[in-house]
Design a protein around this ligand. Structure first.
Ligand SMILES: [Zn+2]
Length: 429
């Protein structure tokens, strides 16, 4: 290979930054950007600003004013950093979310300590996705240091609120034109999809609250009222008998992992009916009442082959069927959120570039996958209208949101080599 020497120089530049990569990852984990409520966004953006300015990036801090969750107490800050090359050319953008989910129980390590133990860095967000953010920064810095004459531009963004829908982060930036295809041509989101896989997109999601109604009465004479929970029981029976089997029979050509997510799925997120629960220290007994309201939240994930009208229509047809058959049955359905599926073409330039780099760095062909849950690609695709976008990053998908979450240092180094190789392929004339 003619460019194998250039490859060695770039790979060595990354290997030599091992301690820097570890320190950077630890620093990021130690800023507790919990979402909700959306803590420390300004702090992490300022940290990234200092770091990236040192490496010659121009930076912008952008507050997503007025988006869900944004307040003076919890402002939604984002950073976009850009380093322009010597000549005109494509722009490669690495987008990472800076927020992390709640800690939960079961930890044996300090969730915000960033402890390095046996080649793994532990902490909430280590895998999802501060390890990926750190790897992309190291990749960009090593590439710039070894190839200062590159053309085009490199961008790195750190964005808020991915874990709560991305409205104060990527969606906002996309609305402001930051993901306009005239400005950015390739997007890599270093989510933890494993270092040997290219993630092409994700399934869709539809969230709705269904409420059934009844009539309150004395619990000793339920026939004088109407039990909303029994009506909801009938809804759940319909789902069990008809909806779940129909969804399980539907499969997709999307390479979703894990395999179980290659069908349509639905989670019943919650059930609330009857009297509100009392505080734990309340020692009284429940009053005897027939519940007049019952609510469930459904979380329906759908495939690229399904359309949202059918997804909605399938549920409302079952509810309307009950309304026709079942005495006094009445319901309300409120849509909570909708995300359409997103799938990047397998022949798209960023897919081909990163797949080739995986093969060259890891010595085996890349695997192509799609994600069961959604991530910020939806906004880049639907709002930004930018189709050349993938998720690629270190970290083991199954560790995301779990206790003792970690990211492997070797995995970060390998994926940084893949990302840097991608930069070299796209940005060297
Ligand atoms: Zn994530």
């Amino acid at each position: 290979m003619a460019n194998s020497r250039a490859m060695d120089i770039l790979n060595d530049a990354i290997t030599n930054r091992r301690d820097d990569l570890i320190g950077l990852t630890q620093d990021l984990i130690r800023i507790p950007t919990l979402n909700p409520p959306g803590d420390c966004y300004r702090e992490i953006c300022e940290y990234l600003e200092r770091r990236l300015k040192r490496s010659g990036f121009e930076t912008q801090l952008i507050r997503a004013t007025g988006t869900p969750g944004d307040s003076d107490k919890y402002p939604r800050w984002n950073i976009v950093a850009r380093r322009t090359g010597k000549m005109a050319g494509d722009c490669v953008h690495f987008n990472s979310h800076t927020d992390v989910v709640e800690v939960g129980s079961g930890w044996t390590k300090d969730p915000f300590g960033g402890e390095l133990d046996d080649g793994k860095i532990y902490g909430r967000g280590a895998c999802d996705m501060k390890g990926g953010l750190a790897a992309s920064i190291i990749a960009a810095e090593a590439f710039i240091a070894t190839h200062p004459d590159f053309s085009g531009a490199i961008e790195i963004s750190g964005t808020a609120d991915e874990e709560s829908g991305g409205y104060g982060g990527v969606a906002y930036l996309a609305e402001q034109g930051y993901f306009d295809p005239k400005r950015v041509q390739h997007v890599i989101i270093p989510e933890p999809l494993n270092k040997d896989r290219v993630c092409l997109g994700h399934r869709g999601g539809w969230w709705a609250e269904i409420e059934t109604f009844g009539e309150i009465a004395h619990g000793s004479m339920p026939f004088l009222g109407d039990c909303a929970v029994r009506h909801m029981g009938a809804v759940l029976n319909e789902f069990e008998d008809k909806l779940f089997p129909a969804m399980a029979a539907r499969t997709t050509d999307m390479p979703v992992v894990p395999e179980g997510a290659r069908s349509s799925t639905m989670n019943i997120n919650s059930v609330h009916g009857g009297q509100p629960e009392q505080d734990e220290d309340y020692t009284g007994l429940p009053a005897h009442c027939v519940p007049d309201s019952c609510r469930i939240v459904i979380d329906r994930r759908f495939l690229a082959e399904e359309n949202i009208e059918d997804v909605r229509g399938e549920v409302t047809a079952l509810l309307d069927g009950l309304k026709a058959e079942r005495a006094k049955f009445n319901y309300d359905l409120r849509e909570i959120n909708l995300v359409l599926p997103s799938m990047t073409d397998r022949d798209a330039p960023v897919v081909q570039t990163i797949a080739a780099q995986i093969e060259s760095v890891l010595g085996k062909p890349a695997e192509f996958v799609a994600s069961p849950g959604t991530y910020d690609q939806k906004h880049i695709d639907r709002i930004g209208k930018l189709k050349n976008c993938i998720a690629y990053g270190p970290g083991i998908l199954e560790l995301a949101h779990k206790p003792d979450e970690y990211v492997g240092v070797e995995d970060m180094l390998d994926s940084a080599k893949v990302m840097a190789g991608g930069l070299r392929d796209i940005l060297l004339p």
